[in-house]
Design a protein around this ligand. Structure first.
Ligand SMILES: Cc1cc2nc3c(=O)[nH]c(=O)nc-3n(C[C@H](O)[C@H](O)[C@H](O)COP(=O)(O)OP(=O)(O)OC[C@H]3O[C@@H](n4cnc5c(N)ncnc54)[C@H](O)[C@@H]3O)c2cc1C
Length: 466
């Protein structure tokens, strides 16, 4: 049996103490808590926290955590609640700490190419502000209303990972409040650091289980001159995936290479109420290029098209300007379109990118045997496949979906991949962690958690049980 921490409920006295720390208006009880009971995870039962607090600065975050630690009350950090793994749901009750008031951009440092921000800054606001200074933050997880605190805590990825990587690759430093109330700083406005363990990178992707992120330093860069999309249809997914290494081998580095299959294209067309070019083929690649000049753009998109045609592509469509933006927005709407079409769940497996076609084919076979319709869409350039099984009818529906997840996760891991590429484990996928993480490694993760959080109050019930 896993050892479970026992927690206490939030009493009237604790509510009074919280009001003294963050102010009466920033302690939400009763119905005001309802907006904080769920995130965007499909089919996850909402849980009302005992109380929601909205601190304004790291000092009050530290005071709340010190109190919660003394009283053994769980604390669940929350950004914008757009997560897809129930990381921000207070499954053990207690306090939800919403970072919505800590939403200031502290500094854009043009000389050092850095942004220093509070965790509640929304991704779209950061991108706009950075642009005003002639700079660029390239990490682009599809949901622009997410906070940067959430992006760091989940190590969010998205559609530009082939060239730029994921959130952790642009993370330079953090301020973090530990469950004991101690405040630490990690990293800084510099690239190199050989001064002990890299705690910024440990906290990136820790899903709020080690502490509350209260300040973030991000690396910025100069913006690209232009962005183009090369849309290439194929007769089947195998041919599409097989073309990808040939593009990369020539030294061409698109920001993203996405794959779409015909069934998802159809759903997305219905959802958006408009057609997309070359939509009648079994599979397509969407190759997104950022370049400095018109000539570079024309040379690269021509060469990408040629390479694809040399490897069984049927046609090539190059989109620039608004048409390119429209195609990228089409791709972004694939998941909302699947959700709109029925009761979809989601898996976020990552495999070595050469294995994508084989993985999708075998996952389809698993879903066929379980009598489940499954859509696949994802990031062909980085191996991250989003599988959307449609929850079937019947009393055994949940059991079949659980079977589906277990089998596709085992499949992904057996191919050298892992069970989440960008959404995190949260509460939703916690029961499958043993598929990806060995007993020895899990033991080490638990000891690390204990070192940060001796009483286990930080976001309990996420990633693994203690
Ligand atoms: C339509 C749609 C498309 C999406 N596309 C992508 C995509 O392409 N790539 C991708 O990676 N994700 C994607 N997501 C998932 C989601 O947007 C990301 O996981 C995002 O990083 C969550 O940010 P958030 O502010 O909403 O965090 P929340 O959902 O509020 O929280 C997420 C996790 O972070 C923790 N957390 C939040 N703030 C802090 C803090 N200050 N300190 C410590 N822990 C904290 C929470 O406890 C929780 O565990 C998508 C979601 C939707 C709905």
């Amino acid at each position: 049996m896993p050892q479970q921490n026992t927690f206490n409920r939030v009493t009237d006295d604790i509510i009074l103490a919280l009001r003294l720390i963050v102010g009466e208006n920033n302690v939400l009880t009763g119905q005001a808590r309802e907006g904080y009971a769920k995130d965007e995870t499909p089919n996850f039962t909402p849980v009302l926290p005992d109380v929601v607090v909205r601190p304004e600065n790291s000092t009050s975050v530290a005071q709340v955590l010190k109190l919660a630690n003394e009283k053994r009350i769980p604390v669940t950090p929350r950004g914008a609640g757009t997560g897809l793994s129930a990381g921000a749901v207070a499954v053990s009750g207690g306090i939800v700490m919403s970072m919505e008031r800590m939403n200031h951009i502290i500094e854009i440092d043009v000389a050092n190419f850095t942004a220093t921000i509070e965790p509640g800054v929304i991704l779209s606001s950061l991108c706009q502000e950075v642009e005003k200074h002639g700079l660029y933050y390239p990490i682009y997880p599809g949901e622009m209303s997410a906070t940067l605190g959430g992006n760091v805590a989940t190590n969010a990825g998205g559609m530009r990972a082939v060239k730029y990587g994921v959130t952790r690759n642009f993370l330079l430093g953090l301020e973090v409040v530990l469950p004991t109330g101690d405040i630490i700083e990690t990293g800084g406005k510099y690239i190199k650091c050989s001064t002990g363990y890299d705690l910024s990178q440990l906290i990136a992707g820790s899903e709020g289980t080690l502490g509350i992120i209260t300040k973030i330093i991000l690396r910025l860069m100069t913006p690209p001159g232009r962005r183009d999309v090369v849309l290439v249809p194929f007769d089947n997914l195998e041919d599409a995936i097989n073309a990808v290494p040939h593009i990369l081998k020539e030294g061409i580095l698109p920001i993203g290479i996405e794959f779409l299959e015909k069934d998802v294209v159809r759903l997305t067309e219905v959802f958006r109420g408009s057609e997309t070019p070359l939509h009648n083929y079994e599979a397509s690649l969407m190759i997104i290029l950022e370049t400095g000049t018109d000539k570079e753009s024309s040379d690269l998109s021509t060469r990408v098209g040629e390479i694809c045609l040399e490897h069984n592509a049927i046609d090539v469509f190059v989109a620039s300007g608004e048409r390119a933006t429209d195609l990228m927005s089409f791709r972004e709407k694939a998941w909302p379109a699947i959700v709109h079409s029925g009761n979809a769940d989601i898996a976020d497996v990552v495999v070595p990118r050469s294995k994508i076609a084989e993985f999708v084919k075998s996952a389809r076979e698993i879903s066929r045997k379980l009598g489940i319709t499954t859509y696949a869409v994802g990031h062909a350039g980085d191996g991250n496949v989003h599988l959307a099984p449609m929850v079937p009818e019947g009393t055994d529906a949940q059991e079949r979906i659980t079977q589906f997840f277990r089998q596709v996760f085992e499949l992904g891991v057996s191919m050298g991949g892992t069970i989440s590429g960008e959404h995190g484990i949260g509460s939703d996928k916690k029961q499958f962690i043993d598929i990806a993480v060995s007993k020895e490694k899990l033991g080490l993760l638990k000891r690390i958690k204990k070192a940060f959080d001796p009483n286990g109050i930080m976001n309990p019930g996420k990633i693994f049980d203690l």
